[in-house]
Ligand binder design. Structure first.
Ligand SMILES: [Zn+2]
Length: 335
């Protein structure tokens, strides 16, 4: 089939599929034939015979002892596509445990939280664009940056489920500075492009009554700025459990508020940590002169996969236990 047909079959926007193809993120083999891009979704596939399982999906009752016969019967009701999207063909009872193992994807452990929820998007183990397990651990499941002694141990943090609008509210100083104002507008546009409109960021002159907002300001005297001259900026996230509900961006000097550092900080407001790939916009260390104004293919795909998950998801891909915790603050320092 061609790429357009494949995208339609997967309920993926055709533009998105073409972008994935260009960026090397298409999760299925594809080749160019004249003006067509042909996709081979055979890697796909529905449940394979046991023994050489490409995909193994299991639903078991939360409160009953696993009934092997019933599990085997349920296996036949699964279907998976090549993009790692698994759809349950039959309604599973609320609270059923879900376990999906597929070659090329991280093991998914979840449970049915809504009676109608039958769709799970698997996280690729690696992509041609450079995602691998370490990349995912460091960019998503870390606190403390790339120096973190224990990548992979923090929960996934993301904007509150259901968020569609986020406001960026610059201080009067930033609003009056043409270049800083422009950098804020560029940051918002870059992030909106990366998430393909599923969340829309906007620069706002004042805090809206409702919705998620991040203040931005310049403050060289802030402790984190004053104590280390290498610090360019930091983002403080307000978290409820592992959902981001607001926060602020502090630039240590007006010059940082005029560059793509603003876009980098916006990546933190979305829930991205620091990337181990120096070419990424979310790289821990800003390299002046190195034009990194857009999110990479790997970052973009990661953002899309994050939106398919709940805050509190644990590496490799487990959201069965999402403990509710009090409001907390996470500060990410950027050099
Ligand atoms: Zn940073």
């Amino acid at each position: 089939m061609n790429l357009t047909e494949w995208a339609r079959a997967q309920s993926i926007h055709v533009t998105t599929a073409y972008r994935w193809y260009r960026e090397g993120n298409l999760p299925v083999p594809a080749r160019k034939a004249g003006r067509l891009i042909l996709v081979s979704p055979d890697a796909a596939v529905a449940p394979s015979p046991a023994g050489r399982a490409d995909l193994y999906a299991r639903v078991s009752s939360h409160d009953q002892k696993a009934d092997l016969d019933r599990q085997v019967a349920r296996l036949t009701t699964w279907a998976a596509d090549a993009g790692g999207q698994v759809t349950l063909g039959e309604r599973a009872p609320f609270g059923s445990l879900v376990d999906v193992t597929a070659s090329g994807f991280l093991d998914r452990q979840s449970l049915i939280r809504r009676s109608g929820s039958t769709r799970f998007v698997l996280w690729p183990r690696r992509t041609a664009s450079g995602i691998d397990e370490n990349y995912t651990m460091v960019l998503v499941y870390t606190s403390g940056g790339v120096e973190s002694p224990s990548p992979g141990t923090s929960p996934l943090r993301r904007l509150r489920l259901g968020t569609t609008q986020v406001s960026l509210v610059p201080s009067p100083e930033i609003q009056q500075d043409g270049q800083a104002r422009e950098a804020h507008e560029a940051a918002v546009a870059t992030l909106n492009a990366a998430v393909a409109g599923r969340v829309v960021y906007a620069v706002a002159p004042s805090r809206p009554q409702t919705g998620i907002a991040f203040d931005t300001r310049v403050d060289p005297k802030e402790g984190l700025c004053a104590s280390d001259s290498r610090v360019l900026a930091f983002t403080s996230l307000t978290l409820q459990s592992s959902e981001i509900v607001g926060g602020e961006l502090v630039f240590c000097g007006l010059s940082s508020a005029r560059t793509s550092t603003v876009t980098h900080e916006l990546g933190h407001t979305f829930g991205l940590q620091h990337s181990p790939d120096e070419r990424d916009l979310m790289s821990a260390v800003y390299q002046p002169g190195f034009s990194r104004t857009a999110f990479s293919a790997s970052e973009t795909l990661t953002m899309s996969l994050m939106m398919e998950r709940r805050g509190g998801n644990r590496f490799p891909d487990n959201d069965r236990d999402l403990p509710a915790t009090a409001t907390s603050t996470l500060t990410i320092v950027c050099r």
